[in-house]
Design a protein around this ligand. Sequence first.
Ligand code: GLY
Length: 568
Amino acid sequence: MNKSIYIILSLSFVTSCTMKTGNEKIKIIEGKNIITDSGMVVSAHPQSSRIGALILQKGGNAVDAAVATGFALAVCYPEAGNIGGGGFMLIRTNDGKSVVIDYREKAPGNASRDMYLDKSGNVSDGMSTDTYLASGVPGSVAGMITAHSKYGKLPFKEVIQPAIDLAEKGFAVTKKQADDLNVNKLSFIERNTFRPAFVKDSLWKDGDTLVQNDLAETLKRIRDYGREGFYSGRTAGLLIGAMKKGNGIVSEQDLKEYKAVLRLPLTADYKGYHIITVPPPSSGGVTLIQLLKMTEPYPLSHWGFLSVQAIHLITEAERRAFADRSQYLGDPDFIKIPVDQLLSTNYLSERMRTFDEKKASSSQEIRPGFPEGYTSEQTTHYSVVDAQGNAVSTTTTLNNTFGNSIVVDSAGFLLNNEMDDFSVKPGVPNMYGLVGGEANSVKPGKRMLSSMTPAILEKDGKLLLVLGTPGGSTIPTTVFQVIINVLDYNMNIEQAVDAGRFHHQWLPDWISYEKNAIDSLTLSELEDMGHILKERASIGSINAILILPGGKKAGGADKRGNNSSCGY
Ligand code: GLY
């Protein structure tokens, strides 16, 4: 590939680049909210969006671009992009077929139910988040290779090479990234016996170059040997060596046995639109569909955006959905999950029978329901649509920002701390305040319950919207709010993505809301109804693509991050 990419126009957040390929000159544009004719990638960093868009321009399809973007994010967005974590990729091909690639991490074979409890049976502080024991068996490399080998078009080497170049040559960190790296400096120093690339003597500044040579070498082994370049050979040796030194339990056997799984998506209809999303072991799809179905009978658009009635209704639906999550959801390979019952119209209208339009209910009273027949917050999302209308919606994570902050010595990648997504002790909240029970207890080889909610919407059988977000427990409620912003409140994609948000998750029993999202009169009316309200930092960071009438693509890169849309 000719690397002479140069900026030729910069106009209020919209930039145009030209890449020369042989004799032709092709142009891509990038910015927060752009409109393109052909393909588009929206991700958490301008570098990864650009790499994905250039792969589309080279003739790659949406899956090629998604895989290129995923590997690039592991380099330029180490906060959550990864090869040491896991995720879910939802693919919808232009013939209307869809599939989910589940590459969620798994508990190591030597994991056990009470591994995070001390002798008195209490949860050991930080063990499931800050140590080698916090890491599940990574799934990202298996997931991306599976996606590419089944659905990609370009040679794998071409798709992964831009990430290798980016790691070797380095990239300019953004102001926000410099802050993230500086805040995490002590954890990087304390939890590693060597100095990872993320630490330097002085503080990071906007525009400083981050070079990752060890990571580049690991990516080259993946380029040259495919899954063997990660799950066996030198990379596996380095990972297992680090585990042994750090008292972790991920074994050679765990790496060898890890497989990504193809699953059928969950689907539902909402007000004439068709929703496609992910099944367990993510809770996100079940929660999203429950929220849509529980709120569907009510006149949201008539009540108005962030009106007292709308916030109250959505909160009460969220309270019920998250109570169900705590009881029923986990890894479907280990437990029986009554998904059809949980999503049935009868069950959900029964769940809302106790909804009082005038008064908040209490989470003490709202217990998980009884479906018939049933005896970090850092994550990142990217959306891709190619010129042919194939779409990919991927959410991936290390769990916390920078995972457990432990870098595999000489391999340059960060480890996840996903084990904290298990219910390490029934009733004890995890880092997102989520409580769970037996359905999500730790078991060897089990996948921990996720909230990731990559989603795709169709109207009349045609692709309409591709979206997803990071945000831990707030993921499904954020995706839900952006969907209703588009469908019920008729917002354009920029308005829908940037609009203020709120969240309720059953326990703790309060509505958290973004600063200035809800006006003071609405807040006091909600308090009068019995709701507890707490202001919090921003919620989620959506990356979405809306297909406009006529087929153009509109990028919705959330104002809340360095998110960027790029396409042509
Ligand atoms: N680690 C966040 C999630 O999977 O929900």
